[in-house]
Write a protein that binds this ligand. Structure first.
Ligand code: UDP
Ligand code: MG
Length: 319
């Protein structure tokens, strides 16, 4: 699908932001109208419990470029973003938060950069002067950023910045599950994208409250594990599970052979803990290899019916 109806699609997930919405829509208009880019604003109401949905509906009546979508319930920021991505019709897609912590004035600059740098598929904002609480927000996020960069090899300073700009073809190649919105740069990298990180403005939240607490830190660790797996083993799960499986099966078989030998020479092995270890290792090894084989079948199911390629072509290098 390459018929774009405008230059820029702006996607914003909204959960309980009734006080911010009028300002948000006004400031997007003020930033975009003078820029000369044609644009649409896709606000996805993520099952807000306040009057956000009503406010959105009323704003949309007098704002032709505002296209609200309303989710049945609160699915979370990731699903809300995906719901927005599914609706974009612009050549470029920009995401930001609905709480005005990101500055809409940055959007035209990001789009200009994407236009001039044809080698870049995506720009990720970097909240260099971040306006959030130091201890419970900036510190955990600093650790998370370092860890993600180290583990995934995608080196950015700030993964969590919601302000990002994409060529829409890239958005169509990414699918967001769970809470993976924090790992979009990693998913984009997996999809073959070249990412540029640029400093953007950041403001403190003045209205409404943050939807997250410190508990997200632990979920990030699990998601990081998933990202690592996807980057290295998504296309060859047998190597991951089977590798671990062989490391267990081999010593397990040796131990069992040794035990059988002892038994044949008439020794009693019933009370030997080593027997238990050998049997456990063999069982676990076989199970893991089996899981790897199932994974291999799943990855084929994943790619083939959809006609999805496991690689991405690029044009010949320019002279
Ligand atoms: N959000 C959402 N669904 C949720 C939680 C948050 O759509 O379940 C939206 C929220 O309205 C905001 C963005 O996601 O536009 C980021 O949330 P928040 O500002 O609370 O996160 P923080 O900036 O504190 O990390
Ligand atoms: Mg925020």
């Amino acid at each position: 699908m390459t018929d774009f109806i405008c230059d820029v699609s702006i996607v914003i997930p909204i959960y309980n932001e009734e006080e911010n919405l009028p300002d948000l829509v006004a400031r997007i208009g003020e930033a975009m109208q003078p820029s000369g880019f044609s644009f649409e604003l896709i606000c996805v109401d993520d099952g807000s419990r306040d009057r956000s949905a009503h406010v959105l509906r009323d704003l949309a009546e007098k704002t032709p470029w505002l296209k609200p979508r309303y989710l049945m319930r609160n699915y979370g920021q990731t699903a809300a973003l995906q719901a927005g991505f599914d609706a974009v019709e612009g050549r470029y897609t920009v995401t930001l938060d609905g709480d005005l912590q990101n500055d809409p004035l940055d959007i035209p600059e990001l789009i200009h950069t994407l236009q001039t740098r044809s080698d870049i598929n995506m720009i990720s904002g970097w909240r260099k002067a971040r306006q959030d609480a130091a201890v419970n927000r900036k510190l955990p996020s600093m650790i998370a950023n370092r860890l993600i960069a180290k583990v995934t090899g995608v080196t950015l300073h700030d993964y969590g910045c919601a302000l990002k700009a994409y060529r829409t073809e890239l958005v169509r190649r990414i699918r967001l599950y769970g809470e993976l919105h924090r790992f979009i740069p990693v998913l984009a990298f997996e999809a073959g994208a070249k990412i540029l990180e640029v400093p953007v403005r950041h403001h403190a939240r003045t209205k409404g409250v943050s939807k997250y607490g410190i508990d997200r830190t632990f979920r990030v660790v699990l998601d990081l594990l998933l990202m690592k797996f996807m980057l290295r083993y998504l296309h060859r799960p047998l190597h991951f599970f089977g590798g671990a499986g062989l490391w267990m099966l081999t010593p397990g078989l040796l131990i069992c052979a040794y035990m059988t030998g002892l038994k044949l020479f008439g020794e009693s092995i019933g009370g030997r803990p080593l027997l238990l270890l050998g049997v456990m290792l063999v069982l676990m090894g076989v199970q893991l290899i089996g899981m790897g084989l199932l994974g291999e079948i799943l990855i084929r199911v994943y790619h083939e019916p959809e006609g999805r390629e496991q690689y991405r072509l690029r044009p010949a290098p320019e002279r």
